[in-house]
Design a protein around this ligand. Sequence first.
Ligand SMILES: Cc1cc2nc3c(=O)[nH]c(=O)nc-3n(C[C@H](O)[C@H](O)[C@H](O)COP(=O)(O)OP(=O)(O)OC[C@H]3O[C@@H](n4cnc5c(N)ncnc54)[C@H](O)[C@@H]3O)c2cc1C
Length: 565
Amino acid sequence: MEPTYDVLVVGAGCAGMRAAIEAHDQGAKVAVISKLHPTRSHSGAAEGGINAALGNKAEDSPETHAFDTVKGSDYLGDQDAIEIFTAEAPGDIYQLEHWGAVFSRNAEGRLDQRPFGAAGSPRTVYAADITGHVLIQVLYEQLQRRMAEGLVVYEEFFAFRLVVDGGRCTGVISWDLMDGGVKLVTGKSVILATGGVGRLYRATTNAYACTGDGMSMALREGLPLKDIEFMQFHPTTMYPSGILITEGCRGEGGYLINKDGERFMQRYAPNALELASRDVVSRSETTEIEAGRGINGSVLLDLRHLGPEKILSKLPGSRELAMTYAGVDPIYAPIPVRPGAHYHMGGVETDNWGLTEVEGLYASGEVACVSVHGSNRLGGNSLMETITFGRRSGQAAAEYAQGASEPNGSGEAVRADAEAWVKALLANTEGERPWAIRDELGQSMLENFGVFRRPEKMQAQIGIIDRLRERYDRGVVVEDKGDVFNSDLTQAIELGYLLDVAACMLQAGLARKESRGAHSRPYDFPDRDDENFMKHSITRWQDDGPELSYKEVRMTKWEPMERKY
Ligand SMILES: Cc1cc2nc3c(=O)[nH]c(=O)nc-3n(C[C@H](O)[C@H](O)[C@H](O)COP(=O)(O)OP(=O)(O)OC[C@H]3O[C@@H](n4cnc5c(N)ncnc54)[C@H](O)[C@@H]3O)c2cc1C
């Protein structure tokens, strides 16, 4: 058995590392568990930037940032959480900068800020178009410094069950990817920072590792998922790979055109144009494609008019991605793009310190729903959320641990049970291979629960998920029986997580009889319905599937207004 820690962080992306650093600095004995090496975490793929009202390029304030976020959330974000977020964001950016984050600078040497969708001021701090890469390196350096002071990282440990006993979380059970074996690590408190679940969809910007592990682990311990029906589709993912082309391209002045060369956003959002919020741009693109004005199921992102100098200095990574994965140099030709699953607004319900319903269990980053983003996230707000709420959850978990008793030792029984479960999974020789189920899930989610949601398709998708789950439960065959880097085993377990989250999304989506943010039902409920649906969905797992209830949105000062673009 591994030693007991004060704070155990599951996940080493921006949220997990920021939480671990803070907990350590508060004096806690900290360990981090991650199925990937920290710098391989998906946060490193973030490109465009991170939002804070610094006012370096134009007048701005935390209040304006909060208003934009509330409006962008289509009034589903909790306004007290949003106000904390925007007030604390500038300090967190300066902290990152002091740690060595090499953000791009303006002519006066101050941190530069670029315009992003639905933002009332250019407030997105950035490092060219590799912002996530820069942040993950800086946080890892800080983590390493603290490793020299006793912080421990269990790299390539695949967590698959929480230890919850007597209403308190005291540990995590993991499969050791490097050496094999089911391991228990205990902590007086646990922070889930396992990221999102984009891999539910065939077309996604998310890495293979984004499979909703933390959401499902929490769900299986009786915790609720909040607003889980809201999956954001990013408007500019490259055809055919699904790799993201950052919103920074449109922030720097890129246009979207259809097959006739028309700048079609002029028809859908005459004021905001390409910088309307992501839900609006994704819907406009889908309408164009469905009307036959696309090319190969895509529209085109045109950067040619920006000129080589701007493309090479501000968007070099995007150019390289386009050349490598679409065979297009954006200096000379437009890039084919289409909407792809990108970001989950919903997640494990937490309070403003990241605390979940279970004592000692916290969550932050994309796995969590605080809720800052409501039904639609603004570009640049997610990285900021990982940092600000990562820090807050690290602080709160460390404070809790200082006054908490030692775990009562029940983890060993959970470990033994989990070990028996893994052995049975490995021993199974009858049934099908998991990938077939995973492929059908990804394809059908895209067809039936994508940008536009039709009632009959959602209903059909519920049946599809039920049947895929039956096949999964009948038993899947893991062909690799080995101990070392058995990704066949972990992918089989991940498939169970994907099925859990998909079932919750569909049930909450079908029940939300309105169009709000990323949830668009143009054929039966085209309007936002504040009277009946300005409320959070809360989904729990009961014996026979997801069970839905609702919770009020916390409002401070912004009454819902009609959205105009
Ligand atoms: C291509 C792309 C570009 C983006 N660009 C931007 C941007 O410019 N600005 C912005 O604000 N947002 C952006 N986003 C969104 C943002 O990057 C993510 O929401 C955010 O980085 C998620 O951080 P995280 O720490 O919550 O999760 P991640 O970075 O995904 O980290 C999850 C961690 O959990 C670990 N983990 C997962 N499951 C397990 C398990 N079972 N056991 C152990 N460990 C586990 C992983 O190893 C990893 O370390 C972008 C997203 C994508 C996909």
